[in-house]
Design a binder for this molecule. Sequence first.
Ligand SMILES: [Zn+2]
Length: 418
Amino acid sequence: MFFKLEKCRICNSTHLEKYLSLGSLPLANNLVELNKTDNDLFFPLEVVLCKKCFLSQLSIVVEPEILFSDYAYRTSISSTFQKHFASMAEDIKKIFPHTENSLVVDIASNDGCMLHEFKKQGFNVLGVDPAVNLAKIAEEKGIPTLVEFWNESIAEKITELQGKAKVVAASNVFAHVHDVHSFLKGVKKVLDKDGVFITEFPYALHLIEKTEFDTIYHEHLSYFLVKPLITLFESEGLEIFDIHETPIHGGSLRIFSKHKEDNLIKTKKEVIDSFIEKEKQKKLYDLETYFDFAEKTLEIKIAFLQLLSDLKKQKKKIAGFGAAAKASTLLNYCGIGTNYIEFIADDAETKQHKAFAGNRVPILPSKEIENSKPDFLVLFAWTIAKELIEKTINHKSKGGKYIVPLPYPKIVKDQTEL
Ligand SMILES: [Zn+2]
């Protein structure tokens, strides 16, 4: 069901140093039926650092079939994501103004949210995603989708049937992949000679700097800095030519790469060097920084528990808003269940009337906030706190307050206090 990581997935070094343990936690995205009393599955959630290339990675790998075959996370639910992908499609149109007959392949295409934006710009699109439920939603929206995990043979199949791709995109999947070398070999195979591969993932610099430990869960195997990534791409014949920062997931990187042999696109060396310089300045190539991060994580846990416990003593009613995977990590790591949080409201129908494994806090439709009138709403998807406060305007207008758990637990009454 899972295996222990023996060596670094980028450089094969066996010098792995464990710096964070969040305990034995259930899978964050596999929701359980409310009334079923099945034994939830728990797996160790620990992060190790490769002392040679500085890749942070989980100490174990849970089999992807367990994690991704029926995925509850739908990208389109958040308007933040829709805007984000629209901007990506526009970025790409600047590189390839002639979109007719240009193929865009999206790896882990989820419900087709990103490809929908590329289709609007006139590209031919094809999604690849292993989740049957999400692929069905994408197909209904007119986004052709192969129900598969990404690998080299899928890349060959696409090349045979539809030719090479001008654009290969992989948003929020690369960090979920164990065999990153094979993943990139597949990209290299399907990518046209002047094509662009874009990948996005949360930037480990923010994870460490802002103590965003709630982005750690079993799906998320690697926590990338730019330096180890360059080593990895180079080893597979790809060159990173530009990097943009985006606010998604508390601060992500959008990495643009191309075939090493492609001389048409110019590499922005000064941009790439500036990221490495910043990583050096922040002491991210220094093991001590990671032990400090672990210490801060523990401090936040204690502060969050203290805050909830104080409110409970005052007989306050607390609910959550936004059943993101990070809520599962936060609650299960802190040992918080219905003792503190009565329910979590979420607009995604696929999550409603289910519960996170472990803590078993029920996920209910947003109208439950109107019915049970909690005094406080914990904003688990705190990186989009502003959007969430706007969505729960009735709670606010009735004097309800919010708890933002990270970067440090605090109570706010509206957007101005974020
Ligand atoms: Zn390494």
